[in-house]
Write a protein that binds this ligand. Structure first.
Ligand code: NDP
Ligand code: HSE
Length: 434
């Protein structure tokens, strides 16, 4: 067997992902040495509580709570703790000591990315984060390397596995949201703080990372228009199904041509997708990302968007390339923010909408509603009125609009909500993917 140089690997975190990374590093040690050109020695594993019950395969003697000692002298530091602090402090300490960093921490990158990439540049170290977006799916490397000669126009897709699992289980199996969330937790899909997933922060962090790479612009979480799935009810999912749609939490990063030059829009929200659209058949914890590039045209990336072993695969890929760089020498590839494109306000974005209203069942209601839409310059594509059999006094109107701006739409919805014949605005959903 070839004699390899040994590189010391420090692993920060032994949770859903970290424990799988440790397992693969140990189980495939010989193979990884051949692939990377270096023997990867797992020097230690940082945890909060070394006495907590853990997978029997995890070598207990490697567990430590001494981050400083573990990071000092490491060639590669793998951060899989999650959250901002102390992850940020440990990542910066690792980079300042000259180690390469591999992380799956989108929260950290979407809030402190600029600081971390600058720290890496200063010492010529690398920061790799394939696992931070869409877990097992290779999407960071394609954007950073394979498409480096092209111009990205749009990224559009499902980047959060747990909310996709929840929406999909509600749609296909009729599960209650709480039951679907419990199963997603058992599968290790949810963040330690599940509101990050449910309220769309996790998807927004990933959208910020994708937009930064695609448009060479520093995009942070504050730049992303965000709406989660907390207001999506079983009723909305059933209504969508009856109308031939499915509800998906989408992340959209777009380059928009403006009078003053290009702008970008980065947004996350639940939207209606036609059941024939490829994204409608992304089930369970899977993710799918469409990338539209000027020369390459549309590309689709699909696979596991969450899960310990699946995410560990992406982490290990980054570890092998960091090891190869250590062996070959040279500096890590820096992040590019050379374009610094402005972020377009959400009011400028146009989409189609579906508005569901509960109205009084009396003559002229449809005409009143249509009149308001017309006055607000929102053009109606379809309108359907149904009478609620149980409550004969009310009816439902489902209006599909042509493309309208967010600004015009929000003005329209506010007026509709204040109209006496409208008893309730049941839902307002964007229709995407057309
Ligand atoms: P877990 O919550 O399962 O694990 C976190 C680990 O970090 C635990 O071992 C914990 O120690 C340790 N840890 C946390 N805080 C500290 C601290 N202050 N000091 C020492 N150790 C600490 O997280 P996941 O494995 O699910 O996720 C890890 C990272 O990967 C996150 O950034 C997440 O966003 C990202 N990711 C997760 C995916 C998934 O499917 N789970 C997919 C893609 C990315 P202890 O065990 O003692 O509690
Ligand atoms: N909580 C995340 C998700 C894990 O559900 O997609 C993968 O990043």
């Amino acid at each position: 067997m070839t004699e390899h140089r040994t590189l010391r690997v420090a692993l920060l975190g032994a949770g859903s992902v970290g424990s799988q990374v440790a397992r693969l590093l140990l189980a495939h040690a010989d193979d990884l040495a051949e692939r990377s050109g270096a023997r990867l020695e797992l020097a230690g594993i940082l945890v909060r509580n070394p006495d907590a019950p853990r997978d029997a395969e995890l070598p207990r003697e490697l567990l430590t709570t001494d981050a400083e000692a573990l990071i000092l002298g490491a060639d590669i530091v793998i951060e899989l703790m999650g959250g901002i602090e102390p992850a940020r402090t440990h990542v910066l300490a690792a980079l300042r000591s000259g180690a390469d960093v591999v992380t799956g921490n989108k929260a950290l990158l979407a809030t402190h990315g600029a600081e971390i990439f600058e720290a890496a540049d200063q010492v010529g170290a690398s920061v790799s984060y394939e696992a931070a977006v869409a877990a097992a799916i290779p999407i960071i490397r394609p954007l950073r390397d394979s498409l480096a000669g092209d111009r990205i126009v749009r990224i559009f897709g499902i980047v959060n596995g747990s909310t996709n699992f929840i929406l999909d289980s509600m749609d296909r199996e009729g599960l209650a949201a709480e039951d679907a969330q419990r199963i997603a937790t058992e599968l290790g899909y949810l963040e330690a703080d599940p509101t990050l997933d449910l309220e769309g922060y996790d998807a927004a962090q990933k959208a910020a990372i994708l937009a930064s790479l695609a448009f060479h612009t520093q995009v942070s979480i504050e730049d992303v228009h965000r709406q989660g799935i907390e207001s999506v009810t079983a009723g909305m999912i059933a209504d969508a199904r009856r109308a031939g749609y499915v509800i998906k939490l989408l992340a959209i990063c777009e380059r928009l041509g403006g009078a003053e030059g290009d702008e970008i829009s980065v947004r996350v929200y639940p939207a209606l997708i036609d059941r024939d659209h490829p994204l409608a058949s992304v089930h369970g914890g899977n993710n799918a990302v469409f990338v539209e590039a000027e020369a390459a045209g549309p590309l689709m990336f699909y696979g596991a968007g969450a899960g310990g072993a699946q995410t560990a695969s992406a982490v290990l890929g980054d570890v092998v390339s960091a090891a190869r760089r250590h062996i070959a020498g040279g500096v890590g590839i820096g992040e590019s923010a050379r374009q610094s494109l402005p972020i377009a306000p959400i009011g400028r974005i146009t989409t189609r909408y579906q508005i569901t209203l509960e109205v009084e069942d009396q003559p002229g209601v449809l005409a009143t509603v249509a009149g308001i839409l017309s006055e607000e310059n929102v053009s109606v594509a379809t309108a359907l009125q149904t009478v609620d059999a149980d409550e004969a006094a009310t009816a439902r109107i489902v209006i599909g609009t042509h493309r309208a701006s967010e600004e015009a739409l929000s003005g329209t919805v506010a007026r509709l909500a204040g109209t006496p014949v409208v008893t309730r605005v049941v839902s307002v959903l964007r229709v995407e993917g057309e």
